[in-house]
Design a protein around this ligand. Structure first.
Ligand SMILES: O=C(O)CCC(=O)C(=O)O
Ligand SMILES: [Fe+2]
Length: 248
């Protein structure tokens, strides 16, 4: 065998002996059942900023939020390093992330969310035909001292699993945040704040205080408003994050 061929073979052997990647979490948490049956309230979207930010109050009842927090509290959350990658916002919180198409579909179709989002009055907001939620579910816990500095959320190309099991090409267009705790649970601070003019001006701030069980949707990608998760100063802020996905 020629010398360079031997070297190539050795390199290939080394490659195949490379230690395995850390296992990806494939099995999600056992999410609590949606009990009582959802929705518990009339789900009408309330505008916070016209065409940019809307909320759905009492999307989850308080008891369900409590059930979620107690299950999520058993997950291996990871504290994000204080030093972000270049271009990334400084985020200091404890986080868990999983691809869970089944749960994303349940959250979409078994909660009243799908009907509320596809309602004729609001269907024009989303930038296309919404076909479901991003399977990438993120759970954030902010303890005192933790926050998410001002940033913009990106739009991403993803696959959404249809009821038939088929994967459909999709694009995320709006961020979805579900607040599982609030001041009524002892969480102080943690407001989500939007800045309409791309600068962190206190005068221009549009402040959304967490409400237990409230769902917030805001436009992301090109038209995303600068926003932050303010520091929590007491208690814990728990949120669940995913995105609305349109057909691509
Ligand atoms: O925690 C918040 O209020 C904001 C979270 C956020 O901006 C994000 O997940 O991109
Ligand atoms: Fe964000």
């Amino acid at each position: 065998m020629a010398k360079d061929k031997r070297a190539k073979a050795a390199a290939a052997a080394l490659q195949s002996n490379k230690p395995a990647q850390p296992p990806r979490v494939l099995v999600g948490p056992s999410w609590p059942p949606f009990k009582p049956a959802l929705p518990v309230a009339d789900l009408s979207l309330e505008p916070v900023v016209p065409d940019k930010v809307v909320v759905l109050r009492s999307f989850f009842p308080r008891s369900l939020c409590r059930d979620f927090v107690s299950v999520l509290g058993t997950l291996p959350l990871t504290t994000t390093p204080g030093k972000p990658k270049r271009g990334d916002a400084l985020r200091v919180n404890d986080r868990y992330q999983i691809d869970d198409p089944k749960f994303a579909d349940r959250l979409w179709s078994e909660t009243g969310l799908k009907d509320a989002v596809l309602n004729d009055d609001v269907a024009h907001l989303w930038g296309g035909e919404v076909i479901g939620l991003n399977a990438n579910i993120r759970v954030y816990r902010y303890s005192p001292g933790q926050f998410f500095d001002a940033h913009y959320d990106d739009s991403n190309n993803v696959l959404v699993t249809a009821e038939t099991g088929d994967s459909l090409p999709a694009k995320t267009t709006w961020t979805l945040l579900l607040y599982l705790t609030s001041s009524s649970d002892g969480c102080v601070g943690g407001e989500t704040v939007f800045y309409p003019y791309d600068r962190q001006s206190a005068k221009e701030a549009i402040v959304v205080s967490p409400e237990t069980g409230m769902l917030l949707l805001h436009k992301h990608g090109h038209d995303c408003m600068l926003h932050e998760g303010r520091e929590v100063t007491a208690g814990e802020k728990w949120i669940l994050r995913t995105d609305l996905c349109i057909k691509r």
